[in-house]
Design a protein. Structure first.
Length: 189
């Protein structure tokens, strides 16, 4: 999983995958065990989605106020993307670039579905904010949600580029200011 996370589907070579599993595995043994590189990627993607990608599930927790759900998702994801012991960034976000050719688009479909689910979670939170009167009635849920989605997707690139964790943590309140600007409590000057 870490090899695909670090290098993406297309760039991860059979040699790298075999080395990650153990140098003693031969190509025939690899294919006997996993069937194909694609099948191994699918297995790794499912493992990632059932573990690391769970950081954004709070977007669907209606017991949390919608603003808190969004901020919690951003904070949990940033923390996860900077944790030691695995590649920096998010395999779901980086998967958008993992299989750029149409030939391999189906391989990363589970990651694309996860991105769509997170995006829908942001939209749902913003819509809850509008429906509850916390956000102005003229707030466009998809547009405001795109601010949070773009921030979250961008964190992976910033983490890979070596931007310090503390800087990204300090950026979260800046991202959340987009919510505050749409709040009915926000006074425009």
């Amino acid at each position: 999983m870490h090899i695909f996370w670090q290098h993406g589907y297309e760039s991860a070579s059979l040699s790298q995958l075999k080395a990650g599993i153990g140098n003693g595995i031969s190509a025939p043994s690899f294919y006997a065990a996993f069937g194909s590189k694609e099948a191994l990627f699918q297995e790794c993607a499912q493992r990632y989605l059932s573990t690391y990608a769970q950081v954004t599930e709070c977007l669907w927790d209606t017991s949390l106020p919608p603003r808190d759900a969004i901020e919690t998702a951003l904070r949990r994801s940033v923390k996860m993307q900077y944790e030691r012991g695995h590649p920096r960034g998010c395999m779901v976000a980086l998967g958008a670039m993992s299989a750029p050719s149409d030939e391999h688009a189906a391989v990363t479909e589970p990651l694309a579905k996860s991105r769509a689910r997170t995006r829908a979670g942001f939209v749902a939170c913003v819509q809850r904010g509008v429906d509850s009167g916390e956000l102005r009635a003229d707030t466009e849920p998809r547009a405001l949600a795109a601010v949070f989605d773009a921030f979250l997707l961008g964190v992976s690139t910033l983490a890979r580029d070596g931007v310090r964790h503390a800087v990204i943590e300090q950026a979260i309140p800046q991202a959340m200011s987009a919510w505050d600007a749409a709040s009915v409590k926000h006074v425009r000057r």
